[in-house]
Design a binder for this molecule. Structure first.
Ligand SMILES: [Zn+2]
Length: 410
């Protein structure tokens, strides 16, 4: 197959989207259904129209555009990502998968290829969870993992409802049902920056994602006794912070021992009363556990609880589960198609697990899915410094185009 990516167009599209939601404090803040998000989506809609594609939105605000196949009712090959960002985030997390989809489909059209199955570009709404109290909203709706009425009832921190925000966001005719019927998805492929340093360290331009790690988060409280830092002898103390410190170091060791598929983080710790001359009486922590399969996640979760049950005498502990997201194994056939596409373009690829959650996690519940990763410079993401080499962005898009053409039956 003779496919060529217009690298200048790819760059122009990324720069155009980077005009929307620039943060005064640096980076980009484009939360779900905000004016900046609607502007970015408007740009993508304009580009889709220039490709001659039929644009629709669905009940929750996902934007969908289909390039027909020779068999009109054949299960669809879908690709896309999101346009919303975290506060002061980067310009590639999400937009690359949208712009990449546009440029890949453009390359297929330029090569005058017809495909047996339709190819659909999707822009998922609300992936980051920075405005409404959960992420991956659009893909969860498409996969049927989250009922539409629950989504429409979500409220942001200012009390603005999802359905209210959506009313000003939609821009085309009556909405499609969000949920896709089982059996209507032939394949889903999402192009994304890696957001870590694995590919850069390996010197490989393409990651073929074999699984998306699942996640468990718990709120954990350590209850001791606040007292005078000078007058209380060591033997008589009930120091909640010392107990919390033992627990989190134990958790770090446990994650190392479980192996490379598992990671554990305590990123939030509130020490009370928080005085420089007071023994900490209470510590509230949040732990975040991730693993590439359910058994590893269970093992890590069991370690958290075992360490808490053996905390030092005089300290009480409380654990409140916050959320659990099951790991998402990607489809072997799609992973192999990505590897094959990389070979066709003469590029090396590397099988890897995604530590971060993506829309592809939900799409995998609906049908065969995988992701194409490109290297992130210095492994940085969710910050203004997020960047990738231009060549790698073009390579990722080219591999996406080959994978789509292959899976759609060119
Ligand atoms: Zn993303």
């Amino acid at each position: 197959m003779d496919l060529h990516i217009d690298g200048e167009q790819l760059q122009r599209d990324l720069e155009a989207l980077a005009q929307f939601g620039r943060s005064p404090s640096g980076g980009w803040t484009r939360t779900a259904l905000s004016v900046a998000d609607a502007d970015a989506r408007g740009y993508v809609a304009h580009r889709l129209r220039t490709l001659g594609l039929d644009i629709r939105h669905d009940e929750v605000g996902n934007l969908r555009a289909r390039r027909p196949g020779r068999t009109p009712d054949a299960p669809v090959v879908m690709t896309g990502s999101h346009l919303d960002t975290v506060p002061s985030g980067g310009y590639l997390d999400g937009p690359l998968g949208v712009v990449g989809a546009l440029c890949a489909v453009e390359a297929i059209a330029r090569a005058k290829l017809t495909t047996q199955r339709p190819i659909e570009i999707v822009v998922f709404v609300g992936e980051e969870g920075s405005r409404f109290p959960r992420g991956t909203i659009g893909s969860a709706a498409v996969a049927g993992d989250l009922p539409v009425d629950e989504i429409l009832a979500l409220r942001d921190a200012d009390g603005i409802g999802f359905s209210e925000a959506l009313a000003t966001y939609r821009d085309t005719g009556p909405p499609l049902p969000a949920r896709m019927a089982p059996g209507t998805l032939h394949a889903f492929i999402e192009l994304h920056i890696e957001q870590g340093g694995v590919l850069e360290a390996a010197g490989v331009p393409i990651g073929a994602v074999t699984a998306i790690a699942g996640l468990v988060q718990h709120a954990v409280s350590f209850l001791g006794d606040a007292n005078h830092a000078g007058a209380t002898p060591m033997a008589l103390r009930r120091d909640a912070l010392c107990a919390a410190a033992e627990w989190l170091l134990g958790l770090e060791r446990a994650a190392h021992e479980i192996g490379p598929g598992a990671v554990a983080t305590v990123g939030k710790l509130v020490v009370s009363p928080g005085g420089k001359n007071i023994i900490p009486g209470r510590v509230d922590a949040i732990c975040d556990l991730r693993a590439s399969d359910g058994a590893l996640l269970d093992a890590l979760d069991a370690q958290v609880r075992a360490l808490l049950s053996s905390t030092r005498p005089g300290i009480q502990v409380e654990l409140r589960p916050l959320q659990r997201v099951e790991p998402g194994p990607m489809d072997e056939r799609i992973v192999a198609a990505i590897e094959h596409a990389a070979e066709q373009t003469g590029r090396r690829s590397h099988r890897m697990v995604s530590g971060a959650i993506h829309d592809a996690l939900h799409m995998a519940h609906l049908g065969p899915s995988s992701m194409i990763f490109v290297p992130s410079l210095a492994g940085k993401s969710h910050c203004p410094e997020e960047a990738s080499r231009s060549d790698d962005l073009i390579t990722g898009t080219l591999v996406l185009a080959h994978t789509l053409a292959d899976l759609a039956g060119a």
